[in-house]
Structure formats: C-alpha cells, structure tokens
Design a protein around this ligand. Sequence first.
Ligand code: SF4
Length: 400
Amino acid sequence: MSRRQPEIDAPLGLSLYVHVPFCRQRCPFCASYGVAGAEGQFDAFLRALQREWSLAAAEETECAPESRAIASIYVGGGTPSMPGHAFLQDLLGMLTNAYPVREDCEITVQLNPEDVDRELARALVAAGFGRVSLGVQSFDDQALRAIGRGHSGQDATAAIESLREAGCENLSLDLMFGLPGQSLGAWEETLARALLCGPQHLGVHPLTRAEATTLDRLLTGSFSATPLSEETWHPYQRAAALLSEHGYTLYEITNAALPGYECRHLLGVWSRAPLLGLGPAAHSLCGNRRWRTVCDLDLYLRSLRAQQRPPRDSVRLDALDQAREEIYLGLRRARGFTWAPLEARLPQATLERMRRKVRFLAAQGYLELDEQGARLQPQARYVCDSVALELINAVSGGAE
Ligand code: SF4
C-alpha cells in the first residue's frame, strides 16, 4: 500500500473560465484557439461576454451561480493581457458583481511576459487577480525564438519582478520542454532560473502538439494535455527530481506546487467540478452535459449581438462516459482515481472487470493501489494515456 499524495480538494462551487481569444501573432506550436489582428474587437468582445454571462447564468440551472457560489475564476487565452488592464478590471467586475462569490475565490489571469509592466501588474493585483500564470516557457532566448515567442528571458525576469513588487503572492510560471534544439543542460538552466524566482506553482509542459487526440478532447478549459514521450521523458524526469528537491509536489502530471498552492481551478477541471466557460472555444461541464462554444470569434460576436447563445458542440454524457472521464482525469492527478464515483456509475460486472485490470496493471508496476482507488506509479506517467486506454477498454467491454 502506498502513501497518499498530499493535495487540497477541488473547490465546492462553480468554476468560471473565460477565453480571451486575441493573439498578436499565431505561434507555430500552439493549439489554443486565438485570432491575430482583431484588436478592433475588444469592446465588442466585452459586451458579448456580458450577454453570454447573463444568458448562461439564467439558463444553465445545473451551473446556476445563484445557488453555487463562484469558487474560482480563470481568465485564459489567447492573450488575456492584450486588451489591457482596464478590460480585465471590467471583466472581473462583471463576473463578480451580480452573484455570490466565495470569500476565498481563486482568481487567475494568464499573462505573457512582454505585456507585464509595473502599471499592469499593480492594476491587476489591486483589481483582485490574486493569482497570475505567466507564460515564460523558457529563459533561453534562442529557444524562445525557435517557438516564435515575442519575449526574451530578460522580459520574463522583469515581468516577475513587476508582479512581485505589485504584491502578487501566488505566481505560477509555465515552462516548456522538448523545444527544438533544446539540450538537457539548457532545460535545467531554465528550471534553475525559474526556481530562483520562488514561484508558488510551476507548469512543466512538453511542446504542445498541434492536433488533439481523443483523450485530449476529454479535457476541459484550454488546458491541453500533451502525452509524455520517449523524447520528453528524460527532461520531464529531471524536472520532477529538481522540483521535488525544492519542495514542490507534482500534484498532476505537468503541474507542481508548493504545499497549499495547488491550482483550485485545475483541480476542479481534473475532478469534474461544475465549470462554466465563456468566450469562443471555452469548454463547460454542467451536470451531465459537456460542451465547447464555437471556435469562431465573428460568429460568437454576431450571435450575442442578436441576444442568442453562440453555437456549440455539445455532448450528453451517460454513466459510462462519466466513468471514463473519472478514470482518465483521475489518472493525471497524483491522487489518482477513486472507486466511489465509479461504483455509483458502473454495473457490478463492469466494475469487477475493471478491478481485475487494475490489479493486473498494478502487478506490472504501472499502478499503485489502496482501498480508495489507484494512481499511476511515478515512472508510469509517460504511459498515462496508454494505461487510461487499457482501463477505459475494460469498462467499455473491450478486450482485456
Ligand atoms: S501561444 Fe498564446 S499568443 Fe501564441 S498562438 Fe497560442 S494563445 Fe496565441
């Protein structure tokens, strides 16, 4: 039996995700929806978000903000800092004015280093953005150029200083490995520089693939999950070792935090908490419905000008679909998946088949078990998707 990993619980309440779809340029590695050259649309977009929020709050009874206080807000993109701090202040005011908000609501904004100066940092912290996720990716200018980023390592350092000076006490740095031409030494140098900055949270992501897999599509928000591979396993292991030495816990395959600084919003996503997404390409999970709003800014704006919800790809999840999600999303977390939600959703014979598969995978060294559930062994993280598929096949009646 294994020691349970420390991890805070996902918040009870509603999570909001807002997708701000503006980009200065499209970066070659990026699979997130974004539009370059749409600077003239900032005001129209804010008005559209206001309408979408009103319509969603009234219509989505399973995610109704009146009955579920807002527990986390995550403003991502795209480039949320592009429309400027006044836009973000207005957006936050709009989201939090009309409905109950938990006193300890976690409010995150994703920022690009080149947009952060002292004025923006002060304005956002004063407005209530208590958590910043900074897209550093690398401190190595050559690597940044190779992936088409518009900032330098020095810009990232200056942005971190501005945020700290402004009073930001919950800072997450996003780093990327497996970059073109990136040596292990260069990756270690980026990790060391990041750790010197003392962030509370670090995202360590392999270079994102442009295409989404079936399993990626199970995910919500704009949080893509790129599987680890033979090429990225060594730098990943190095990151895991360094982070552990510095007191961070990888509470999810690519997210590490100091104790108590796990991202509640991400935990909500991994644990299938109610999620309402606003903006084009935003994902939502309300009750047994999951949907993604249309990835088309113009159509999104037109629909809301006409007081209509924008088109969306929607799927109704039956009990088996929900169980599959529990398995896949649970496996990405250090805590793993638990039996209780699966027992509520699967017939006895299916559960037995799954338990046999879990015992088999544990005997092969992929999983560790306790009475509550199962989780990946650290060395099996690079085959997370394969292990998930084995288990999903078992509950779906596929071959064992
Ligand atoms: S990385 Fe950011 S700025 Fe670049 S295309 Fe993706 S969302 Fe846009």
